[in-house]
Ligand binder design. Structure first.
Ligand code: MN
Length: 249
């Protein structure tokens, strides 16, 4: 079995190295990852600049683009055979609730799913990525179980979040749905040394609506969260209602 690993924190990220080491314990592994941090690039595809892939060693490439670029290049050009599975992460930081819409880590797994390769995104829900390294043995045990279930439905990927605690304290695995998060005061306004205003997105606080059964609820209580994500964003329940609007030209 060949597993392609990628991420959005760049090929040097410690979270990726933990993922690769865990994957190597049960499969052949190749790595195609961005050459620098590409967090929060979502599903961006580079279309107005050339992309270059630098071979770091025999089976590792660093690409001058986004996580989505990495998966497209890996499958279309860099690998001499199609991977059986794609793993993305381990992201330095959580990807829960609406985060999955901004996340480059999740987007890499989505791109693989679109291209017909089953995929799992893995994120560590802590501030300090140092804790990720401890998860190596746990991931070496958990990931093969997910990979063996790889006939999950088409257009579906799995989004895994690891709680920011020692793996020895993890209580178990919860299958979850996405929570809802609201960013509070996340736009910072300030003035630069030349007196010009600037804005900085990020920071501020976060409020969660996270009832039982959601990813945030599980991770907060010391469980690993596994959320199946579907690529079809259609609100099927609303189709009949919108039909009733009788839109016409
Ligand atoms: Mn990231």
């Amino acid at each position: 079995m060949l597993i392609l690993c990628s991420n959005d924190d760049g090929y040097l990220a410690s979270g990726l190295h933990t993922l690769v080491a865990a994957a190597r314990s049960f499969a052949e592994v190749c790595v195609v990852a961005p050459d620098r941090e590409q967090s929060a690039t979502s599903h961006a595809l580079t279309m107005h600049a050339p992309l270059r892939a630098h071979r770091i060693d025999g089976d590792t490439f660093a690409v001058t683009g986004t996580p989505t670029d990495c998966i497209a290049l890996a499958l279309g050009a860099l690998l001499d055979r199609r991977p059986d599975f794609v793993l993305s992460g381990v992201n330095h930081g959580p990807n829960m609730g609406e985060d999955v819409l901004y996340s480059g880590t999740v987007a890499a797994a989505m791109e693989a799913t679109i291209l017909g390769v089953p995929a799992v995104a893995v994120s560590y829900a802590g501030e300090d990525p140092v804790g990720i390294g401890e998860y190596g043995p746990l991931l070496a045990n958990l990931l093969p179980q997910l990979v063996e279930k790889r006939d999950f439905p088409r257009e579906t990927l799995l989004n895994v979040n690891l709680p920011p605690i020692s793996p020895t304290e993890v209580k178990g695995v919860c299958i979850t749905r996405l929570a809802r998060r609201v960013y509070v005061d996340s736009l910072t306004r300030a003035v630069d040394p030349k007196g010009r205003p600037y804005f900085w997105i990020g920071g501020g606080g976060v409020e969660w609506t996270a009832p039982e059964g959601t990813d945030f609820h599980a991770v907060e209580r010391g469980y690993i969260s596994v959320t199946p994500l579907h690529l079809d964003l259609t609100n099927h329940a609303l189709l009949a209602d919108v039909e009733q609007w009788n839109l016409h030209l």
